[in-house]
Design a binder for this molecule. Structure first.
Ligand code: ACO
Length: 377
């Protein structure tokens, strides 16, 4: 049997997350996403995913301390980032290059809770890579990580050089919580395939970053926002979107392999964006995004009546992150910073299964060809 795009194929059993595309429900380690995304810290969610239970206050304090202690980058990583900045390499590519330099050989042992320190080192250093690279790219002094700040506040601090307000931290934390894990998506599958060969964690994560980077997966929010800016006014939306659909182009931020109804993360992120924009943002942009969404969903139903193409997580990600003054180039790196927690959890699960992931292909080329010597070709 051939399953193009592996549609409908179940290739892993997991306790990490459940994506119910018909009901529009996302469960993370037992908790519906809307239950915790707007109130939890990112460290709590990471702990939940890795340990399968919420931390006590003491466990959380220890976990936060362990992450804060691992934020510094080795010279080799800094050298790669400096060289990449000198060549104006895009941040997501720089993250992939720098992630490959993380040497976890020296990070041995576990926390008292049994969490491998190499897992902690990865999630501690990804934000430092992104923050450091952004400042190098913009010829600004690099900001050292601050151990007294939580995961999300420290990330914003390293990018901007300023301690963020609670409101901004909450906005970004809500986003990070929403995208921490999502079933067997393309980047997670990549990480699991690499792990299934017996390869190491950094190889799995580097491959996963490569998969996430693509515009059909984690690279959609920048183009989604560009599309809204190009539309500029709700009155232009229908003509603009129709022209795109007539050219068979995809509308970024819409459609999903699994969801047939609105992605539940869209509700959480659009509510977070609304709170942010109502306080100190450009409500005109918020309203424009909502108007473009309505027209896009209506037109997608008209062009693809069999598919039920709905708004996906990336559409309101773009609005929320833009409202937090996050540069568009860092949208996908922020996604990677969060999803790394999910990738690592899946790698741990995959290691318990000794079977290599190795599907088959159906050959459709010629057979019985006769070899022609090079001088006779
Ligand atoms: N805009 C226009 N047409 C679309 C869209 C879209 N956003 N999504 C699907 N379609 C069309 C396809 O062109 C295809 O048409 P065809 O049958 O004439 O070729 C039809 O709907 C079926 O689409 P598939 O490619 O089968 O859908 P699939 O489940 O394979 O793809 C995907 C899902 C990649 C997310 C797709 O909907 C898409 O490209 N969306 C835009 C990019 C995007 O927003 N990506 C972020 C996804 S969320 C995430 O990864 C975090």
């Amino acid at each position: 049997m051939f399953f193009p795009g592996l549609v409908g194929v179940i290739a892993a059993r997991t306790r990490l997350s459940e994506v119910d595309g018909k009901a529009g429900r996302l469960i993370i380690s037992g908790y519906p996403v809307e239950e915790f995304a707007g109130v939890a810290t990112f460290e709590e969610v990471a702990y939940l995913l890795w340990k399968g239970a919420l931390p006590t206050a003491q466990q959380l304090a220890d976990f936060r301390g362990a992450i804060a202690a691992e934020r510094a980058l080795a010279t080799v990583t800094l050298d790669v980032l400096k060289a990449a900045a000198g060549k104006d390499i895009p941040p997501m590519t720089a993250l992939r290059m720098a992630a490959g330099t993380l040497d976890l050989q020296t990070v041995k042992g576990t926390t008292p809770d049994g969490i491998p320190l190499e897992n902690i080192a990865v999630i501690a250093r990804f934000p430092t890579i992104v923050g450091t690279y952004w400042r190098l790219l913009n010829d600004e002094p690099v900001v050292e990580p601050r151990a007294d700040l939580g995961f999300t506040a420290n990330l914003l601090y390293m990018i901007t050089g300023q301690e963020p307000s609670e409101e901004r931290t909450r906005g970004l934390e809500t986003y990070l919580n929403c995208v921490v894990d999502h079933g067997l998506n393309a980047s997670t599958f990549t990480a699991r395939v690499i792990t299934s060969t017996g390869s190491d964690l950094i190889s799995a994560l580097t491959g996963a970053i490569g998969a996430l980077k693509g515009p059909l997966h984690g690279g959609a929010p920048g183009p989604a926002l560009d599309m809204v800016f190009e539309i500029g006014d709700a009155a232009n939306a229908e003509a603009y979107l129709r022209a795109k659909l007539d050219r068979k182009e995809r509308l970024m931020g819409f459609g999903h392999r699994i969801y047939r109804v609105r992605d539940p993360r869209v509700e959480v992120l659009s509510a977070a964006a609304k709170r942010l924009y109502e306080r100190d943002g450009d409500m005109r942009l918020y309203n424009l995004v909502a108007d473009v969404e309505k027209v896009a969903v209506r037109l997608l139903a008209e062009y693809y009546p069999q598919r039920s193409l709905q708004t996906n997580v990336e559409f309101y990600t773009a609005l929320l992150l833009h409202g937090l003054a996050m540069p568009m180039e860092l949208f996908t790196p922020c996604f990677a910073i969060s999803r790394a927690v999910g990738w690592i959890a899946h790698c741990q699960e995959q290691r318990k299964d000794s079977r290599i992931i190795r599907p088959e292909s159906e050959y459709e080329g010629p057979r019985d060809m006769r070899w022609v010597p090079i001088e006779a070709r």
